[in-house]
Design a protein around this ligand. Sequence first.
Ligand code: GRF
Length: 206
Amino acid sequence: MSSQAVRLVVLVSGSGTNLQALLDAAADETYGARIVAVGADRPGVEGLARAERAGVPTFVERLADHPTREEWDLGLAARIAPYEPDLVVCAGFMKILGAPTLEAFPVLNTHPALLPSFPGAHGVRDALSYGVRVTGCTVMLADAGVDTGPIIAQEAVPVLDGDDESSLHERIKTVERHLLVETVGRMAREGWTVTGRTVRFGRPGG
Ligand code: GRF
């Protein structure tokens, strides 16, 4: 594996199918990025098991083990830092990150709706209850808000008659995994610039 590859720390809270897509992509060294660690906010999740099966180091930082949210934020950043990531990827990580992580590393997030519509923990359910005919997924840079960071990539997914939250989320996740892999790969290989809310691939002046 190339030592030039961009170093990723991936954060998960659940099944980790987005993580798996990144693990699979990064197995090819031409991808340009490799996963150096996977972290979670809870033990026993399938995302951690996926990392272990792939031989990737893991860590767990539970909010319940800290007296305050601020101390959890510091604890999480301290767990990430030794892996010296070039990019932190939240792949179904169900916590808002605090300043210690956001100020230390660029952080990418993925969301199962077309932001700025339907931010938050129930993006699929909220889009379905609103009655939209098209929803989708968004890959964005994370900031201190709830799904408010600059958008990097989006893809639409139609809502079908008879969809429930689960069927719609599964169809979105198929598209989301592909979009996340493509976006992280391009960022790793091409670099990126942020101007206001606009994110572009390519190095400054390139
Ligand atoms: C994804 O749709 C992510 O955007 C959302 O939760 C899902 C995580 O799926 N926040 P997985 O754990 O990667 O399978």
